[in-house]
Design a binder for this molecule. Structure first.
Ligand code: ADP
Ligand code: MG
Length: 212
């Protein structure tokens, strides 16, 4: 039996997973998905590149948001435009059998007006670089005051790129009750500091060797 069927995912997600050709969950998916689906938790997941982190947060976030509500419910922060587009594309594939889920990518070097318009049409999930997200918040083009989930992807990379202040500012405008899921390959001091400041008793999972 396909091990994905034992993680608690809905029928429509399982169908999308078959289309993707994923046969079995990776280690981080197997550990994170059931926990994220079962309860509202804060999570720190340490796993190297290529271990399947996008689906580890992508499947649960798609399952947990309310497609009938057009407010932005989840924010995913990612270090680069390329990664934002990649994640957005993956999430669109994962949600191909869901109705009414809209994912919008927000990144620099492209029209902020067009991105704002896409958000206004109703984006339950926003995938953003910290710089452009901060810009949009400053210009009141986005409302993340109602989000339930905030995902920090490649947190170590975002902080290496100097996004500490943007991340702190962005997280400060989100509700205290939201859940934060932090994914990182390594755990340098700045990542730990973000975790301490914005997470409540996070569950920590580590895949493979801990290397920082
Ligand atoms: P990470 O974010 O950890 O670097 P990705 O989420 O980008 O990893 O996944 C790396 C690659 O593995 C992608 O091409 C993705 O489609 C593939 N992948 C993810 N999960 C699985 C799975 N369960 N089975 C097969 N391939 C997978
Ligand atoms: Mg990734």
């Amino acid at each position: 039996m396909n091990k994905f069927e034992q993680l608690g995912l809905t029928e429509s997600l399982l169908r999308a997973i078959i289309d993707l050709g994923f046969e079995n969950p990776t280690e981080v998916q197997e550990k994170a998905i059931p926990m994220l689906l079962e309860k509202d938790i804060d999570l720190v997941a340490l796993a190297q590149t290529g271990t399947g982190k996008t689906a580890a947060f992508g499947f649960p976030v798609i399952q947990k948001i309310d497609a009938n509500n057009r407010n932005t419910q989840a924010l995913i922060l990612s270090p680069t435009r390329e990664l934002c587009l990649q994640i957005t594309n993956e999430l669109k594939n994962y949600s191909k059998y869901e109705k009414g889920i809209n994912v919008v990518a927000v990144y620099g070097g492209a029209s902020i007006t067009e991105q704002a318009r896409d958000i206004k049409r109703g984006a339950q999930i926003i995938v953003a670089t910290p710089g452009r997200m901060q810009d949009m918040i400053n210009r009141r083009l986005v409302d993340i005051s109602q989000i339930n989930y905030c995902i920090l992807d490649e947190a170590d990379e975002m902080l290496n790129m100097g996004f500490y202040e943007d991340i702190v500012n962005i997280l400060s405008t989100t509700p205290d009750e939201k859940n934060t899921w932090l994914f990182s390959a390594t755990m340098p001091a700045e990542v730990a500091r973000i975790g301490k400041q914005f997470m409540t008793d996070p569950i920590e999972i580590t895949v493979g060797a801990k290397n920082s």
